[in-house]
Design a protein around this ligand. Sequence first.
Ligand code: PDD
Length: 278
Amino acid sequence: RTVYLNGQWLPEDQAKVSIFDRGYVFADAIYEVTAVIGGKLLDYPGHTARLKRSLEAIGISMPVSEDELLDLHHTIVEKNGLDQGLVYLQISRGAEDRNFLFSDNLTPTLSMFTQVVPLLANPKAETGLAVISMPDGRWANRQIKTVQLLYSSLAKMEAKNRGADDVIFVEDGLITEASSANFHIITKSGVLVTRQLSNALLHGITRSSVLSLALTAQLKVEERAFSVEEAQDAAEAFITSAGAFVMPVVSIDGTSIGDGKPGKTTLRIREIYIEDQL
Ligand code: PDD
């Protein structure tokens, strides 16, 4: 096949995208699939309109004009002699060093390829499909450390735009975790409270080590879910991750936690953690 990548027509095995591309690292990309029958594009205006809506929704600028886009579709069909099949188009935010926060000057990565598919003579149209039902878990399996990080990345950008450092996610009134770290509080009675493990959060390696160290240091630990209000009313709060170690959190939605300064116990746990690891 001849595929399209950033202004070039290439044999499919010569089209290369950076491993730092945010489509690859953060699933920070959108796509469209348009059917082709007899070389004709089906529902093309609808697909382009949705493409523009998707790009706008996540703040990626359209890398080509509408005329160029249509031209690219016609050309890829022609170059591949596609009679029946699909045109796949993907636009990612572009490549830069891995960071949940992205730069605004990135060059989007635009790629396209075709697939031959016998769309009309589909035998399933005669027999029909058997289906199963499943809970809609898109994406409710946060215990799996996938690269499906677009929402987390956009949330962290929102935090930055609102003058904050990070986000804590809330579900059914209870905190799950931070955008890329686990979240914990220390109550006024000195109990370290952290959400119990489930599909609602990533099972942090740092969290696990910190909990063991806290127990060794005679701290009381409770594993249960808690609300934003309870966290705002706590004595201390902190996050844990491989990148942040043990990092104090001093306010939530503008409300100070404790005296609004990093907590003493938090800082002690940070020291103990670093010392234990080195
Ligand atoms: N993030 N929760 C989420 C959603 C995370 O992405 C991470 C780690 C953690 C903490 O897990 P651990 O303690 O194993 O690092 C919790 C990494 C650091 C990142 O994406 O950069």
